[in-house]
Design a protein around this ligand. Structure first.
Ligand code: MLT
Length: 239
């Protein structure tokens, strides 16, 4: 199995997408929030890039059909029901609902994967489930990290490493590209205390300063959810 890792969605080589299994990772916080929401019974999530696109979809829907969720600069968007905090996506709020979702980097990374054979969403909270899904397919894999505003983000790299490390625990021949090797090395070196390295990330500190330390703690939990969200025909649902 060949594993290719892109540090940001801007780095993705378009010819690497069609026909491949793509895993999108934005651990702080878009993919963690989407996974949580689906685990709490949300019917589906429509990822969009622009706020205007989200508003237009919302206005065209039936009354009460959609919730609007997402962030800009880590904060709730004016007029939206929910921010990008996974802690807001409780069963009470999201069960049976469709959510239109836009975030600074995560939803762009998801849309960048369009055209792939299969698109799934990973984070630390479902790392083992993603690894098991990949092992069950036994295909080459492309990871797209969301990054932070076009820049490499250590939190995503460590998360990809967590998934690779779980795959590598099985008897399988793995060919990692150089970044894949770095991801695995980083995770394996800090797996007993991920926060000790992730606290150096710019995004960690943005969230902490914005008062979202609880989200950080939650997003750093490993293997607490076993669903694998899939993005098919414009909607993300639980597999
Ligand atoms: C993003 O998509 O850029 C992030 O999820 C931002 C955030 O942490 O809210």
């Amino acid at each position: 199995m060949d594993i290719t890792v892109y540090a940001t969605y801007d780095d993705v080589q378009e010819n690497k997408i069609p026909g491949n299994l793509v895993v999108v990772v934005d651990v702080f916080r878009a993919t963690s929030t989407i996974i949580t929401s689906l685990n709490n019974g949300c019917k589906g999530i429509i990822p969009v890039v622009e706020i205007e696109e989200a508003m237009a979809l919302y206005k065209n829907g039936e009354k009460g059909e959609y919730l609007l969720g997402g962030e800009r600069e880590a904060l709730k968007i004016e007029g939206f029901h929910l921010s990008n905090s996974p802690n807001e996506y409780t069963r009470n709020v999201v069960e049976g609902r469709m959510i239109i979702f836009t975030t600074t980097n995560g939803t762009k990374a998801i849309r960048k994967a369009e055209g792939a054979d299969k698109i799934i969403l990973g984070a630390l909270i479902n790392a083992e489930a993603i690894a098991q899904y990949i092992l069950s397919k036994d295909e080459d894999v492309v990871f797209i990290c969301a990054g932070t505003e076009g820049q490499f983000s250590l939190d995503d790299i460590v998360t990809v490493g967590a998934i690779i490390s779980r795959i590598a625990a099985h008897d399988i021949s793995l060919e990692l590209d150089d970044l894949g090797f770095v991801c695995r090395y980083m995770y394996d070196s800090y797996s007993d205390n991920l926060e000790s390295v992730i606290k150096n990330c710019r995004h960690y500190n943005i969230l902490k300063e914005a008062g979202y330390y609880d989200d950080i703690t939650y997003c750093l939990k490993e293997d607490v959810i076993s669903i694998v969200p899939r993005y098919v025909d414009g909607i993300i649902t639980a597999k």
